[in-house]
Design a protein around this ligand. Structure first.
Ligand SMILES: [Zn+2]
Length: 411
Protein backbone atom coordinates (compact mmCIF):
# COMPACT_ATOMS: atom_id res chain seq x y z
CA UNK A 1 0.00 0.00 0.00
CA UNK A 2 1.24 3.49 -0.82
CA UNK A 3 0.30 6.24 1.60
CA UNK A 4 0.80 9.96 1.24
CA UNK A 5 0.20 12.69 3.79
CA UNK A 6 -0.49 16.22 2.58
CA UNK A 7 0.29 18.50 5.55
CA UNK A 8 -0.75 22.05 6.40
CA UNK A 9 -3.35 22.62 3.71
CA UNK A 10 -6.09 25.23 3.63
CA UNK A 11 -9.02 23.61 1.84
CA UNK A 12 -11.21 25.34 -0.74
CA UNK A 13 -13.94 23.18 -2.25
CA UNK A 14 -16.57 25.78 -3.12
CA UNK A 15 -18.87 25.00 -0.19
CA UNK A 16 -17.65 27.94 1.94
CA UNK A 17 -16.64 31.52 1.26
CA UNK A 18 -13.45 31.24 3.36
CA UNK A 19 -10.54 28.81 3.28
CA UNK A 20 -10.54 26.12 5.98
CA UNK A 21 -8.08 26.12 8.86
CA UNK A 22 -4.92 24.13 8.20
CA UNK A 23 -5.53 20.39 8.00
CA UNK A 24 -3.68 17.24 7.01
CA UNK A 25 -5.05 14.87 4.39
CA UNK A 26 -4.08 11.19 4.31
CA UNK A 27 -4.24 9.37 1.00
CA UNK A 28 -4.01 5.60 0.74
CA UNK A 29 -3.67 4.12 -2.72
CA UNK A 30 -6.06 6.13 -4.87
CA UNK A 31 -8.48 7.25 -2.13
CA UNK A 32 -8.65 9.95 0.54
CA UNK A 33 -8.58 7.95 3.76
CA UNK A 34 -8.74 10.59 6.50
CA UNK A 35 -8.40 14.30 7.10
CA UNK A 36 -8.17 16.66 10.06
CA UNK A 37 -5.82 18.75 12.17
CA UNK A 38 -4.40 15.74 14.03
CA UNK A 39 -4.30 13.23 11.17
CA UNK A 40 -0.86 11.75 10.70
CA UNK A 41 0.85 8.56 9.57
CA UNK A 42 4.19 7.03 10.55
CA UNK A 43 4.63 5.24 7.24
CA UNK A 44 3.29 7.72 4.69
CA UNK A 45 5.38 9.85 2.39
CA UNK A 46 4.84 13.50 3.30
CA UNK A 47 4.27 16.57 1.15
CA UNK A 48 4.17 19.80 3.14
CA UNK A 49 1.59 22.01 1.42
CA UNK A 50 2.84 24.82 3.71
CA UNK A 51 -0.32 26.87 3.86
CA UNK A 52 -1.12 26.74 0.19
CA UNK A 53 -4.68 25.97 -0.96
CA UNK A 54 -5.76 22.37 -1.48
CA UNK A 55 -8.75 21.86 -3.77
CA UNK A 56 -10.55 18.86 -5.20
CA UNK A 57 -9.56 18.32 -8.83
CA UNK A 58 -11.61 20.57 -11.12
CA UNK A 59 -14.37 19.37 -13.44
CA UNK A 60 -15.41 20.82 -16.76
CA UNK A 61 -18.88 19.54 -17.68
CA UNK A 62 -18.96 20.80 -21.26
CA UNK A 63 -15.98 19.93 -23.44
CA UNK A 64 -15.35 18.41 -26.85
CA UNK A 65 -11.95 16.77 -26.61
CA UNK A 66 -12.12 15.68 -30.24
CA UNK A 67 -12.79 19.23 -31.52
CA UNK A 68 -9.20 19.71 -32.65
CA UNK A 69 -9.83 22.55 -35.12
CA UNK A 70 -12.17 25.50 -34.61
CA UNK A 71 -14.39 24.82 -37.64
CA UNK A 72 -16.57 21.85 -36.68
CA UNK A 73 -17.49 21.11 -40.29
CA UNK A 74 -13.79 20.80 -41.13
CA UNK A 75 -13.16 18.80 -37.95
CA UNK A 76 -15.61 16.11 -39.06
CA UNK A 77 -13.60 15.61 -42.28
CA UNK A 78 -10.24 14.96 -40.58
CA UNK A 79 -8.85 11.41 -40.45
CA UNK A 80 -9.61 9.57 -37.19
CA UNK A 81 -5.89 9.03 -36.59
CA UNK A 82 -5.17 12.77 -36.59
CA UNK A 83 -8.18 13.56 -34.40
CA UNK A 84 -7.13 10.87 -31.92
CA UNK A 85 -3.54 12.09 -31.73
CA UNK A 86 -4.49 15.73 -31.34
CA UNK A 87 -7.18 14.95 -28.77
CA UNK A 88 -4.51 13.30 -26.61
CA UNK A 89 -2.76 16.68 -26.48
CA UNK A 90 -6.07 18.45 -25.76
CA UNK A 91 -6.73 16.12 -22.80
CA UNK A 92 -3.17 16.35 -21.46
CA UNK A 93 -3.43 20.14 -21.40
CA UNK A 94 -6.80 19.96 -19.61
CA UNK A 95 -5.29 17.79 -16.89
CA UNK A 96 -2.38 20.21 -16.52
CA UNK A 97 -4.88 23.04 -15.95
CA UNK A 98 -6.19 21.03 -12.98
CA UNK A 99 -9.21 19.41 -14.63
CA UNK A 100 -9.11 15.84 -13.37
CA UNK A 101 -12.57 14.93 -14.75
CA UNK A 102 -14.28 16.28 -17.86
CA UNK A 103 -17.63 15.53 -19.43
CA UNK A 104 -17.48 15.27 -23.21
CA UNK A 105 -20.82 16.36 -24.65
CA UNK A 106 -20.35 15.23 -28.23
CA UNK A 107 -17.56 13.51 -30.12
CA UNK A 108 -15.40 11.35 -27.86
CA UNK A 109 -16.09 7.63 -28.18
CA UNK A 110 -15.67 4.76 -25.74
CA UNK A 111 -12.30 3.81 -27.22
CA UNK A 112 -10.90 7.18 -26.20
CA UNK A 113 -12.42 6.85 -22.73
CA UNK A 114 -11.02 3.36 -22.33
CA UNK A 115 -7.56 4.40 -23.50
CA UNK A 116 -7.56 7.32 -21.05
CA UNK A 117 -8.68 5.09 -18.18
CA UNK A 118 -5.95 2.55 -19.01
CA UNK A 119 -3.45 5.34 -18.34
CA UNK A 120 -1.95 5.20 -21.84
CA UNK A 121 -1.55 8.99 -21.76
CA UNK A 122 -2.23 11.70 -19.17
CA UNK A 123 -5.88 12.70 -19.38
CA UNK A 124 -8.81 13.67 -17.19
CA UNK A 125 -11.36 11.02 -16.26
CA UNK A 126 -13.78 11.06 -19.20
CA UNK A 127 -17.57 10.98 -18.92
CA UNK A 128 -18.97 10.79 -22.45
CA UNK A 129 -22.16 11.13 -24.47
CA UNK A 130 -20.71 9.54 -27.59
CA UNK A 131 -22.14 11.29 -30.65
CA UNK A 132 -24.69 14.03 -29.99
CA UNK A 133 -28.08 13.50 -31.64
CA UNK A 134 -29.17 16.17 -34.12
CA UNK A 135 -32.17 16.40 -36.41
CA UNK A 136 -31.66 17.02 -40.14
CA UNK A 137 -30.53 20.63 -40.48
CA UNK A 138 -29.78 20.79 -36.73
CA UNK A 139 -26.66 21.72 -34.81
CA UNK A 140 -24.65 18.66 -35.84
CA UNK A 141 -25.68 18.61 -39.49
CA UNK A 142 -22.73 20.26 -41.24
CA UNK A 143 -23.75 19.28 -44.79
CA UNK A 144 -24.71 22.82 -45.83
CA UNK A 145 -27.50 23.99 -48.13
CA UNK A 146 -26.18 22.46 -51.33
CA UNK A 147 -25.15 19.08 -49.97
CA UNK A 148 -27.91 16.47 -50.08
CA UNK A 149 -25.74 13.41 -49.59
CA UNK A 150 -27.23 11.13 -46.92
CA UNK A 151 -25.95 11.67 -43.39
CA UNK A 152 -23.89 8.65 -42.26
CA UNK A 153 -25.69 6.25 -39.91
CA UNK A 154 -22.70 4.11 -39.03
CA UNK A 155 -18.91 4.54 -39.03
CA UNK A 156 -19.30 8.18 -38.06
CA UNK A 157 -15.88 9.90 -38.08
CA UNK A 158 -14.22 10.49 -34.70
CA UNK A 159 -14.02 14.20 -35.57
CA UNK A 160 -17.78 14.47 -35.99
CA UNK A 161 -19.41 15.77 -32.81
CA UNK A 162 -22.76 14.26 -33.62
CA UNK A 163 -25.03 12.20 -35.83
CA UNK A 164 -28.31 12.92 -37.61
CA UNK A 165 -31.56 11.14 -36.72
CA UNK A 166 -35.19 12.01 -37.47
CA UNK A 167 -38.50 10.70 -36.17
CA UNK A 168 -39.29 8.85 -32.97
CA UNK A 169 -38.10 5.35 -34.06
CA UNK A 170 -34.86 6.72 -35.50
CA UNK A 171 -34.17 8.90 -32.45
CA UNK A 172 -34.77 5.89 -30.18
CA UNK A 173 -32.42 3.73 -32.23
CA UNK A 174 -29.71 6.40 -32.24
CA UNK A 175 -29.99 6.81 -28.45
CA UNK A 176 -29.85 3.03 -27.97
CA UNK A 177 -26.84 2.74 -30.28
CA UNK A 178 -24.98 5.41 -28.30
CA UNK A 179 -25.79 3.66 -25.01
CA UNK A 180 -24.68 0.33 -26.48
CA UNK A 181 -21.46 1.98 -27.65
CA UNK A 182 -20.68 3.16 -24.11
CA UNK A 183 -22.33 6.57 -23.69
CA UNK A 184 -22.68 7.61 -20.04
CA UNK A 185 -25.59 9.93 -20.93
CA UNK A 186 -27.37 11.16 -24.08
CA UNK A 187 -26.67 14.53 -25.70
CA UNK A 188 -29.19 16.17 -28.01
CA UNK A 189 -29.12 19.33 -30.07
CA UNK A 190 -32.49 20.91 -29.23
CA UNK A 191 -31.88 24.43 -30.54
CA UNK A 192 -30.10 26.19 -33.38
CA UNK A 193 -26.36 26.68 -32.97
CA UNK A 194 -23.54 29.03 -33.85
CA UNK A 195 -21.15 26.63 -35.54
CA UNK A 196 -23.61 24.83 -37.83
CA UNK A 197 -24.58 26.21 -41.26
CA UNK A 198 -28.38 26.03 -41.69
CA UNK A 199 -29.94 26.45 -38.23
CA UNK A 200 -30.53 29.96 -36.87
CA UNK A 201 -30.30 30.22 -33.08
CA UNK A 202 -34.08 30.40 -32.62
CA UNK A 203 -34.87 27.10 -34.39
CA UNK A 204 -36.14 24.40 -32.03
CA UNK A 205 -34.46 21.01 -32.48
CA UNK A 206 -36.62 17.86 -32.44
CA UNK A 207 -40.40 17.52 -31.98
CA UNK A 208 -41.89 17.13 -28.51
CA UNK A 209 -42.52 13.47 -29.31
CA UNK A 210 -38.85 12.99 -30.18
CA UNK A 211 -37.78 14.78 -26.98
CA UNK A 212 -40.09 12.60 -24.88
CA UNK A 213 -38.76 9.49 -26.62
CA UNK A 214 -35.10 10.30 -26.04
CA UNK A 215 -35.75 11.11 -22.36
CA UNK A 216 -37.48 7.73 -21.98
CA UNK A 217 -34.53 5.97 -23.66
CA UNK A 218 -32.08 7.68 -21.31
CA UNK A 219 -34.18 6.79 -18.27
CA UNK A 220 -34.40 3.18 -19.46
CA UNK A 221 -30.61 3.14 -19.39
CA UNK A 222 -30.56 4.71 -15.90
CA UNK A 223 -29.16 7.96 -17.18
CA UNK A 224 -30.24 11.42 -18.35
CA UNK A 225 -30.39 13.74 -21.35
CA UNK A 226 -28.23 16.80 -21.84
CA UNK A 227 -29.48 19.35 -24.38
CA UNK A 228 -27.79 22.13 -26.33
CA UNK A 229 -30.05 25.16 -25.73
CA UNK A 230 -30.12 28.93 -26.01
CA UNK A 231 -33.65 30.33 -26.22
CA UNK A 232 -36.18 30.43 -23.42
CA UNK A 233 -38.71 28.53 -25.53
CA UNK A 234 -36.31 25.74 -26.39
CA UNK A 235 -35.23 25.43 -22.76
CA UNK A 236 -38.79 25.28 -21.42
CA UNK A 237 -39.87 22.53 -23.85
CA UNK A 238 -36.84 20.47 -22.85
CA UNK A 239 -37.47 20.99 -19.13
CA UNK A 240 -41.07 19.86 -19.66
CA UNK A 241 -39.87 16.77 -21.53
CA UNK A 242 -37.59 15.79 -18.61
CA UNK A 243 -34.19 16.86 -19.92
CA UNK A 244 -31.85 17.25 -16.94
CA UNK A 245 -28.66 18.96 -18.13
CA UNK A 246 -29.29 22.31 -19.79
CA UNK A 247 -26.26 23.47 -21.82
CA UNK A 248 -25.47 27.17 -22.51
CA UNK A 249 -28.88 28.74 -21.57
CA UNK A 250 -27.78 32.21 -22.71
CA UNK A 251 -31.33 33.45 -23.38
CA UNK A 252 -33.12 31.84 -20.42
CA UNK A 253 -35.82 33.86 -18.61
CA UNK A 254 -36.74 33.88 -14.97
CA UNK A 255 -39.89 31.70 -15.03
CA UNK A 256 -38.16 28.96 -17.00
CA UNK A 257 -35.13 29.10 -14.71
CA UNK A 258 -37.41 28.64 -11.69
CA UNK A 259 -39.21 25.72 -13.33
CA UNK A 260 -35.87 24.12 -14.21
CA UNK A 261 -34.68 24.50 -10.60
CA UNK A 262 -37.92 22.92 -9.31
CA UNK A 263 -37.43 19.95 -11.64
CA UNK A 264 -33.88 19.40 -10.43
CA UNK A 265 -32.19 20.45 -13.66
CA UNK A 266 -28.61 21.72 -13.74
CA UNK A 267 -27.50 24.40 -16.19
CA UNK A 268 -24.06 24.45 -17.80
CA UNK A 269 -23.22 27.96 -19.03
CA UNK A 270 -20.23 28.19 -21.40
CA UNK A 271 -19.58 31.92 -21.67
CA UNK A 272 -15.89 31.77 -22.47
CA UNK A 273 -16.45 30.13 -25.84
CA UNK A 274 -18.54 33.05 -27.15
CA UNK A 275 -15.87 35.52 -26.03
CA UNK A 276 -13.20 33.58 -27.85
CA UNK A 277 -15.27 32.84 -30.97
CA UNK A 278 -15.97 36.57 -31.26
CA UNK A 279 -12.33 37.58 -30.87
CA UNK A 280 -10.42 34.66 -32.45
CA UNK A 281 -12.92 32.57 -34.39
CA UNK A 282 -12.57 34.23 -37.79
CA UNK A 283 -8.77 33.99 -37.82
CA UNK A 284 -9.05 30.29 -36.92
CA UNK A 285 -11.28 29.47 -39.88
CA UNK A 286 -14.74 29.60 -38.30
CA UNK A 287 -17.09 30.54 -41.17
CA UNK A 288 -18.50 34.13 -41.24
CA UNK A 289 -22.14 32.99 -40.86
CA UNK A 290 -21.16 31.18 -37.64
CA UNK A 291 -19.34 34.23 -36.26
CA UNK A 292 -22.41 36.39 -37.01
CA UNK A 293 -24.58 34.08 -34.89
CA UNK A 294 -22.23 34.30 -31.89
CA UNK A 295 -23.28 37.87 -31.18
CA UNK A 296 -26.92 36.73 -30.80
CA UNK A 297 -25.99 34.84 -27.65
CA UNK A 298 -22.76 36.40 -26.36
CA UNK A 299 -24.10 39.65 -24.94
CA UNK A 300 -27.04 37.96 -23.16
CA UNK A 301 -24.81 35.42 -21.45
CA UNK A 302 -23.75 37.53 -18.47
CA UNK A 303 -27.35 38.40 -17.66
CA UNK A 304 -28.27 34.70 -17.79
CA UNK A 305 -25.93 34.04 -14.83
CA UNK A 306 -27.89 36.48 -12.67
CA UNK A 307 -31.24 35.06 -13.78
CA UNK A 308 -30.19 31.49 -12.97
CA UNK A 309 -28.59 32.47 -9.66
CA UNK A 310 -31.74 34.34 -8.59
CA UNK A 311 -33.85 31.31 -9.54
CA UNK A 312 -31.55 29.04 -7.49
CA UNK A 313 -30.90 26.95 -10.59
CA UNK A 314 -27.64 25.07 -10.02
CA UNK A 315 -24.88 25.84 -12.51
CA UNK A 316 -22.01 23.50 -13.37
CA UNK A 317 -18.76 24.59 -15.01
CA UNK A 318 -18.52 24.45 -18.81
CA UNK A 319 -16.18 25.86 -21.43
CA UNK A 320 -17.17 24.37 -24.84
CA UNK A 321 -13.95 25.53 -26.50
CA UNK A 322 -12.89 24.28 -29.91
CA UNK A 323 -9.52 23.64 -31.53
CA UNK A 324 -6.82 26.19 -30.77
CA UNK A 325 -9.15 27.98 -28.32
CA UNK A 326 -8.97 25.17 -25.75
CA UNK A 327 -6.19 27.07 -23.96
CA UNK A 328 -8.80 29.48 -22.57
CA UNK A 329 -10.58 26.69 -20.65
CA UNK A 330 -9.99 28.15 -17.16
CA UNK A 331 -11.04 31.69 -18.05
CA UNK A 332 -14.70 30.77 -17.49
CA UNK A 333 -13.85 31.06 -13.76
CA UNK A 334 -12.89 34.71 -14.16
CA UNK A 335 -15.84 35.56 -16.41
CA UNK A 336 -18.36 34.09 -13.94
CA UNK A 337 -16.54 35.77 -11.07
CA UNK A 338 -17.60 39.15 -12.45
CA UNK A 339 -21.20 38.26 -11.52
CA UNK A 340 -21.08 35.49 -8.90
CA UNK A 341 -19.23 35.05 -5.58
CA UNK A 342 -15.96 33.15 -6.03
CA UNK A 343 -16.97 30.15 -3.92
CA UNK A 344 -20.08 29.64 -6.04
CA UNK A 345 -18.00 29.83 -9.19
CA UNK A 346 -15.68 27.18 -7.76
CA UNK A 347 -18.54 24.94 -6.63
CA UNK A 348 -19.65 24.76 -10.29
CA UNK A 349 -16.39 22.90 -10.99
CA UNK A 350 -16.51 20.76 -7.84
CA UNK A 351 -19.68 19.77 -5.93
CA UNK A 352 -22.26 20.86 -8.52
CA UNK A 353 -20.32 19.08 -11.25
CA UNK A 354 -20.16 15.93 -9.11
CA UNK A 355 -23.94 16.06 -8.66
CA UNK A 356 -24.48 16.46 -12.40
CA UNK A 357 -22.14 13.55 -13.12
CA UNK A 358 -23.78 11.35 -10.48
CA UNK A 359 -20.41 11.00 -8.70
CA UNK A 360 -21.11 12.80 -5.41
CA UNK A 361 -18.78 11.68 -2.67
CA UNK A 362 -16.25 10.39 -5.21
CA UNK A 363 -15.19 13.60 -6.95
CA UNK A 364 -15.56 17.32 -6.32
CA UNK A 365 -14.88 16.92 -2.61
CA UNK A 366 -12.01 16.20 -0.23
CA UNK A 367 -13.45 13.67 2.18
CA UNK A 368 -12.81 10.10 3.28
CA UNK A 369 -13.75 7.75 0.46
CA UNK A 370 -13.31 10.28 -2.35
CA UNK A 371 -10.87 9.73 -5.21
CA UNK A 372 -7.55 11.39 -4.46
CA UNK A 373 -8.04 13.88 -7.31
CA UNK A 374 -6.44 17.02 -5.86
CA UNK A 375 -4.82 20.28 -6.86
CA UNK A 376 -2.69 22.67 -4.82
CA UNK A 377 -2.97 26.36 -5.69
CA UNK A 378 -0.36 28.94 -4.71
CA UNK A 379 -2.54 31.61 -3.11
CA UNK A 380 -6.23 31.87 -2.41
CA UNK A 381 -8.55 31.43 -5.41
CA UNK A 382 -11.46 32.71 -3.29
CA UNK A 383 -9.88 36.15 -3.48
CA UNK A 384 -8.37 35.76 -6.95
CA UNK A 385 -9.99 33.35 -9.42
CA UNK A 386 -7.35 34.11 -12.03
CA UNK A 387 -4.95 31.91 -10.01
CA UNK A 388 -6.75 29.05 -11.76
CA UNK A 389 -5.85 30.38 -15.25
CA UNK A 390 -2.58 30.59 -17.21
CA UNK A 391 -2.33 26.88 -18.05
CA UNK A 392 -1.84 25.83 -14.44
CA UNK A 393 1.06 28.24 -13.76
CA UNK A 394 -0.18 28.79 -10.17
CA UNK A 395 -1.06 25.14 -9.61
CA UNK A 396 1.99 23.55 -8.05
CA UNK A 397 0.60 20.06 -7.46
CA UNK A 398 -1.87 17.96 -9.41
CA UNK A 399 -2.87 14.49 -8.29
CA UNK A 400 -5.31 12.14 -10.01
CA UNK A 401 -6.42 8.92 -8.36
CA UNK A 402 -3.51 9.23 -5.92
CA UNK A 403 -0.97 9.51 -8.75
CA UNK A 404 1.13 12.67 -8.76
CA UNK A 405 0.82 14.29 -12.20
CA UNK A 406 2.69 17.48 -11.31
CA UNK A 407 4.61 18.54 -8.20
CA UNK A 408 6.82 21.60 -8.39
CA UNK A 409 8.19 23.89 -5.73
CA UNK A 410 6.17 27.10 -5.80
CA UNK A 411 7.96 30.31 -6.75
ZN1 LIG B 1 -20.76 22.13 -27.03
Amino acid sequence: MTALLLKNAHIVDGTASERSDRVNVLIENSIVRDMGKAVSSASANVIDVAGRTLMPGLHDCHVHVTAVVASLGANAKLPDSLVMARSIAVMRDMLHRGFTTVRDVGGADFGLKQAASEGLFPAPRLVISGKALSQTGGHCDFRGRYDDTPAPRTRIPLGSLGRVCDGVPDVRRAAREEVKAGADFIKIMANGGCASPTDPIHFNGFSREELNAVVEEAQNASTYVSAHLYTDEAISRCVEAGVRSLEHCNLIKSETAKLAAERGCIAVPTLVTYDRLASEGASLGVPPNAIAKVEDVRSAGMESLEIMEDAELLMAYGSDLLGEMHRHQSEEFVIRGRILPAHKVISAATSVAAKLLGMEGLIGTIAPGAFADLVVVDGNPLSNLSLLTQQGAHISLIMQGGKVIKNITPR
